[in-house]
Design a binder for this molecule. Structure first.
Ligand SMILES: Cc1ncc(COP(=O)(O)O)c(C=O)c1O
Ligand SMILES: N[C@@H](CCCC[NH3+])C(=O)O
Length: 466
């Protein structure tokens, strides 16, 4: 089949529309002898039968393996330059008590960014000393809760927060470990809404304010300054940006050492993953040594010891192990004029979920991929746009993918790489209940987050009559 002129340039016609490209699918994903996709040894047809759809499915072994691999690679790279490292799982990517326990068991700490995430981490039984708290506008109640439970570190995000955290710590008779979040000025190469270290955005403080603000932190008996923090942004490929931020922060870190200890440096997360066959992502564990070696080289040039390091990956751990299962409802071939004047047809395939379970196209024009999952097909590929069922024309889950031209109502479709920032960004828009999250492993499936029911949907409506 020739390329459809409506297809984006990165999308190529797959040699085999039934194949599962390894860069985007969970480690255990395979198509069985019946042509059905299995994840964790469980056929998607069985998942549909038992749990319905839409359904978030996580390959538990893959998620645990990625967490361990990242933890181990960063630990080894730190050891190689004579230092140590703490790897926090960024809970905002996907958080439930179960997943919190997986990452803790893999040796990671856990980063939270709201009282709600903190509550989930505590409900999972995570030792508060292994928790971090972020946020550009933490409420006084959030700060108080964090301090009172004995949180490991709080990342101070503004000048005002210094006094707020110091006051809470005094009140609780604690000396709170804190970091200061800094804008390195590096503008991450990612979607505009996903870059977080350039000057003109809401997170962190400017590099040139750091010395004054750290002096302020150090003036409080109730605060223990452990170091600077920078998070360039998310879905960033390669290590160049993070290494550049480290270089800029270390120059200030060296000056801060003249007036007191600065034991740590936290370089955030942001490691990008592949969402489609056009994405070439280096695995986060491959980036550990290049990043940490470059930190060590900058420290050597400045004549300072390599600090204890910290990182906060989220997507790189949970993104690829997660997929979303949908049932196809309606299809419509739509013929429009393509660039150059010729007409071409794309097939709109509407599924039983949409932007309420995956907001990433609507928010960032994220380009996911998909596969027909309930059967194999030899039909020639057609250009498909997978839409949801919401009352929005921008309700698109997969903007462009080649799927077998015979896909039909009742087929199951799976969108891979939805483990990060899909469940966490989910909503009840149009009163669609949030889907369940199921962990699959060794041929077994179990619910780790219960799906919402009509009763849940009505449960907050104060006007419902009994
Ligand atoms: C401060 C901070 N740390 C860590 C992360 C995790 O990012 P990612 O999931 O891309 O690794 C984020 C999200 O972008 C963040 O804002
Ligand atoms: N929600 C974003 C990531 C935000 C990360 C938090 N700073 C995404 O889906 O990519």
């Amino acid at each position: 089949m020739v390329t459809n002129p409506l297809a984006p340039s990165w999308l190529t016609v797959p040699a085999d529309v039934n194949a599962l490209p390894v860069n985007v699918w969970p480690a255990s994903a395979t198509r069985n002898a019946d042509g059905v996709i299995e994840i964790g040894g469980v056929p998607v047809t069985a998942l549909k039968e038992q749990f319905g759809s839409p359904l978030y499915v996580i390959d538990e072994a893959d998620a645990r393996a990625r967490a361990a691999r990242i933890h181990d690679a960063f630990t080894a790279a730190a050891e190689a330059v004579g230092t140590t490292v703490t790897v926090y799982y960024a809970g905002k990517a996907f958080l439930s008590t179960e997943v919190a326990r997986w990452v803790i068991e893999a040796g990671l700490n856990l980063d939270t960014c709201s009282a709600g995430e903190l509550a989930v981490a505590l409900a999972a039984g995570v030792d508060p000393a292994r928790l971090g708290l972020h946020g550009n506008n933490k409420s006084l109640a959030e700060i108080d809760r964090a301090v009172s439970v004995g949180l490991g570190t709080i990342v101070i995000d503004s000048e005002q927060e210094i006094e707020r955290v110091a006051a809470a710590a005094s009140r609780h008779g604690r000396r709170q470990r804190v970091r200061l979040r800094v804008k390195s000025g590096v503008h991450a190469e990612t979607h505009a809404y996903l870059a977080t270290a350039h000057e003109d955005q809401k997170f962190g403080v400017s590099l040139d304010e750091v010395e004054r603000l750290v002096a302020g932190i150090r003036s409080h008996e109730s605060l223990d300054f452990v170091g600077l923090h920078c998070h360039n942004g998310t879905q960033v490929f390669g290590s160049a940006g993070i290494a550049e931020s480290a270089r800029r922060l270390l120059a200030v870190h060296a000056r801060l050492l003249e007036d007191g200890p600065v034991p740590e440096l936290n370089l955030g997360g942001g490691f990008g993953i592949a969402y489609n066959t056009g994405d070439e992502a280096t695995d986060a564990w491959e980036l550990a040594a290049p990043i940490i070696d470059s930190v060590a080289a900058h420290c050597a040039a400045l004549g300072i010891p390599v600090p204890h390091l910290a990182f906060e990956p989220g997507r790189a751990i949970i993104g690829t192990p997660g997929v979303t299962l949908y049932e196809l409802g309606t299809t419509k071939p739509v013929t429009v004029e393509a660039e150059g004047g010729a007409t071409a047809t794309r097939l709109y395939a509407s599924v039983d979920g949409g932007m309420s379970d995956n907001a990433r196209y609507a928010l960032y024009q994220a380009q996911f991929s998909a596969r027909l999952a309930s059967r194999r097909s030899d039909a020639s590929p057609a250009l498909v746009r997978i839409a949801g069922k919401h009352c929005e024309s921008g309700d698109i889950v997969v903007d462009a993918e080649y799927l077998p031209g015979d896909i039909a109502p009742g087929d199951l479709l799976v969108v891979p790489a939805t483990g990060a920032y899909c469940f966490s960004l989910s909503s009840r828009y149009n009163y669609l209940p949030r889907p369940a999250v199921v962990a699959v492993r060794d041929g077994q499936a179990r619910v780790i987050v219960r799906g919402e029911t009509e009763e849940d949907l009505l449960s907050h409506d104060a006007g419902v009559r009994a």
